[in-house]
Design a protein around this ligand. Sequence first.
Ligand code: ATP
Length: 427
Amino acid sequence: MARNIGSRYTAHQILGRGSAGTVWAGEGPDGPVAVKLLREDLASDQELVGRFVQERTALLGLDHPHIVGVRDLVVDGNDLALVMDLIRGTDLRTRLDRERRLAPEAAVAIVADVADGLAVAHKAGVVHRDVKPENILLDMEGPLGPAGSHPALLTDFGVAKLIDTPRRTKSSRIIGTPDYLAPEIVEGLPPRAAVDIYALATVLYELLAGFTPFGGGHPGAVLRRHVTETVVPLPGIPDELWQLIVQCLAKAPASRLRASELGVRLRELLPMLAGMPPLDVDEPGTEPQPEPYREPTPEPAAEARRRGAVPLVPGAAPADSNRDTHTSMRVPAPDELAGGAHGTARAPRAPGQPRPGSARNKAGGRTSGASGPRPGGVSRAVRKRRITLGVAGLALAAALGVGGWLAVGDGESTPPARDSRHSTPTP
Ligand SMILES: Nc1ncnc2c1ncn2[C@@H]1O[C@H](COP(=O)(O)OP(=O)(O)OP(=O)(O)O)[C@@H](O)[C@H]1O
């Protein structure tokens, strides 16, 4: 079913659906494009439309081999759409789901690509704010790099900021994907470039380990760990690589590397990592846990369940996914925020047991998809949801003894001050 987007573009195939809208493959005056059509409720929000137009110049100006280029922004009646380069390949989440863990060389090559893209964005004053494997596309038509990796491109620039309008986030809300949220966001500080570094280091850890460093259990518990826990070393990881991860997961944003430096340092490690097999990491488990609350989600249309970058073979289905990543979570109770009820991702587990604390392994598996549900577990929906958590921030602040959990604001134009760990929360 084809549809027109503005006067210049036609969308003809749904590639996937995320929290902010649906991505279509389509055609424009200059050839194939991907069109991200924002959800109707977002498109009818005048404030958001205004911001969308304001962002135009910044988004259109980002031009780099490791950034999915935004070619146009369309505001047309009820349609609000980002027109992007069409990447033929898959997203990193799909690859990670398939391989479970990547060889260090491949993981580092991918993350170095993304760091290079981020360096250009940060220099232009743009913070991504939602770096995660779903937003990293692997271009199967690009040249093969180290360990047979295809070029990685970061997509979804500007989307987190767009949907984070002041009205939506007023009264203590944060938007993001819990596993990748930097501690300063949890503490209510405005997101600066260093939040992307933290998220990217989380992705690197996840590619190597098969799970995120602070994931598992209720989102409130995940957020608490970002602020209070220290990352646990991965067995067998070369020390130089581990030190980079640790530095970029520093609680203090000013202690993290800048994107350009991270890219350089990662590439320097590539020769040493050549031929190294994936790490032999035992996923941490936890004690049995109660089912987390989930908002009832309507069954998505069958075609919309399919997602993924454009299949290489014409007519083939894109990579699957049924996840509906947009969730407005209920307010977590104080004990959930403190993590007690849902445990931690790093408690010992019985051999052969999945990691119940991981969102990846929660009950209620996929309802469709080539690979089917994982044993005991789960949909990407839980793992990757963006969350909008509300006044729970106050309870979290109390549980953590940290500053308020406030609406995230602007601030991307300012690179992180090297010594500004304790800046003032946005009012
Ligand atoms: N420029 C693109 N070219 C090809 N495929 C794309 C492009 N952008 C996104 N996709 C695909 O469309 C799907 C949906 O992307 P979208 O960004 O809407 O969701 P997401 O990032 O997975 O989730 P969320 O937005 O909730 O974080 C993804 O599977 C992605 O692979």
